[in-house]
Design a protein around this ligand. Sequence first.
Ligand code: ADP
Length: 455
Amino acid sequence: MSIDVVNPHTGQVRETIETSDMDALPAWLDRSRKAQNSWAKTPFHQRCDALRAIADACDAEADVIALHIHEEMGKPLRQAVGEIKGYTSTIEGSISSMERALQIDEEKFEGATTQVHYLPIGVVAVITPWNFPFGMPWTLLIPSLLGGNSVIFKPTEIAPRTGIEMAKIFNRFLPPDVLQIVLGAGAEGSALSNADVDLIAFVGSRDTGKKIMQAASRRATRVLLEMGGKDPMIVAKDADLDKAAQYAAQASNRNTGQVCVSVERIYVEKEVAEEFTQNVLRHLKRISVGTETVSDELLNMGPLASERQLDHVENQLRAAREAGATIHGEGRRLARDGFWMRPTLVTGVNSDMAIMRDETFGPVTCIEAVDSLEEAIARANDTRFGLAATLWTGNRERARDVALQLESGMVGINRSFGGSSIGLWAGTKESGYGHTGGVSGMRSFLQPRTITQAE
Ligand code: ADP
């Protein structure tokens, strides 16, 4: 079997890649277990040195990897380099979090000493999506490996060459079989999720995440799942409307809107809805598509990653238009080769529309006017997703209270969420299961063992 990798700039096949023969999976697992045994015994500082060397090599070869990202999923080249360097630069933070995560907790009580050790889990299956073909694997591979686990890594079928190049660099510095790569799509991912692994670490769509949970239930395999979102942004009438509008334009179109924490739904208090909408329109005009130039550029956008993704976004827009929404701009693909679309603003939406309920994952900004902040909170929470949210308000005292009412794993107030080393990447409801980031996120890749010894 093989996969045609399509360049989204042109719609042409870039290369054809052979998928892995999954009959060999038991043999890979066997090798993975053996490699894990000795990797776990490798002193932590040596594991750290290997991963530092990997980060340096990825950094040094960023231009080469970035070209694969660019031609496989469409991101502008500079942003692809930025993706690589942005993630490799976090290596020291990850090492220091893992160092703390591995520390033994100890307590003396009733004539006994109890210690909690954090040990490697074993073999981790890492299954990743295409929107950040370097970054998403990085966030799962690094903690897995620092923690003394071995990995079987299945990159996305949309950008497999990026995964192959990553694995090559990793394997220059890792002992044999600590990291093995599986190439393929759903069938290969499913075989891996059904296999005798100890943790499945996944980023991707909600439907796939649920299938993985189901597969994992057979052996009660641990899962760590990030399954996307339908992130709300709330704009109160006392907000800095221009700052909020600029954020809205940027955060709904970054990576051509293909980010699990894209702004997907905006609820704005009705008194300021018109002014805010006009501001958003003004900022959307500062977004360039492809090689075009626009004055005072806010963002440059590549094509969507695949024809399937473009169809999905077009279908949501068509259905919204038919249900009475106003589409500002063409709201459909550009008449050129490849999978191109301009940023599109949609108003007059309501929560019955698929565009306000299901993940769009495209360059679309949806604005709904609401009567009050309370209504905005209720709407924001009226979803089975719950990854991130932002709140824009001039009322500092009230802001935290509102944030605590938002059923999201991460909330930003008058800015994007996150950025701190103690922050956790976590979703509520169907956006995820478990979390990464910080010290406790590192422990998602470790197995606690509590030992109580009599004095
Ligand atoms: P996205 O479209 O965002 O990449 P998917 O959920 O389709 O999200 O894919 C994410 C990853 O999950 C990809 O590597 C894909 O090949 C893999 N995958 C798809 N179907 C399954 C499945 N049934 N079991 C395990 N992995 C799967």
